[in-house]
Design a protein around this ligand. Sequence first.
Ligand SMILES: N[C@@H](CCC(=O)N[C@@H](CS)C(=O)NCC(=O)O)C(=O)O
Length: 212
Amino acid sequence: MDLYFSPLACSLGSRIALYEAGADARFYRVDSRQKRVVDDGADYLKINPLGLVPALRTEAGDVLTENAAILQFIAARFPEAALAPTDALGRTRMQQWLCFIGMELHKSLFVPLLDEKAPEEVKRYALDKQISRLDYLASHLANREFLLDRFSVADGYLAAVLGWSIATSLELEQWPALTAYLARLRQRPSVAKAWAEERALYAEELERRAKV
Ligand SMILES: N[C@@H](CCC(=O)N[C@@H](CS)C(=O)NCC(=O)O)C(=O)O
């Protein structure tokens, strides 16, 4: 299985899921500005025409895109890892959280906050509009270890997304339940490993960009 990723992007969630599953996976770094696979210079747009990470090539050679779909595929492909509920309600609850993370946090909140080109008013608008989502999430996580009753692929995605707050004006400390949740998840071996590896790659990338 091949995962196409960029350091500390949302693809970190897919890496965490692959580590949780103990999957035999290869990881290909994508230069998200040049839309090239770093190792061999291949045109990434031929793999995912949208140019977005993650993309996952399955053992059968199919290419999957969209983090939420990839995460559910990994959970289904490695059932022994128990990365998703198997009953209809539990599965739907997990999809509910994957949609929430993808739409309400990733795209509506963090994309504008992280965009160097977004005007300050746009960032402020996004923060004002989406702040209630963080309140909602914090109240859900106040007395729980994970989004669901046990760890699921949605937690890996959420760990990746909440981790971006450090690069934004968002002070996650306003929600102690969220900082505690993130700190707990980062103790988890799969998350700790993925986070440390990608942080190192990200630092390398920043150094390289600074030289250009
Ligand atoms: N809907 C996609 C969005 C993926 C996405 O936004 N990926 C970002 C990194 S977190 C990306 O590749 N950005 C590069 C770009 O926008 O050109 C998914 O959920 O997988």
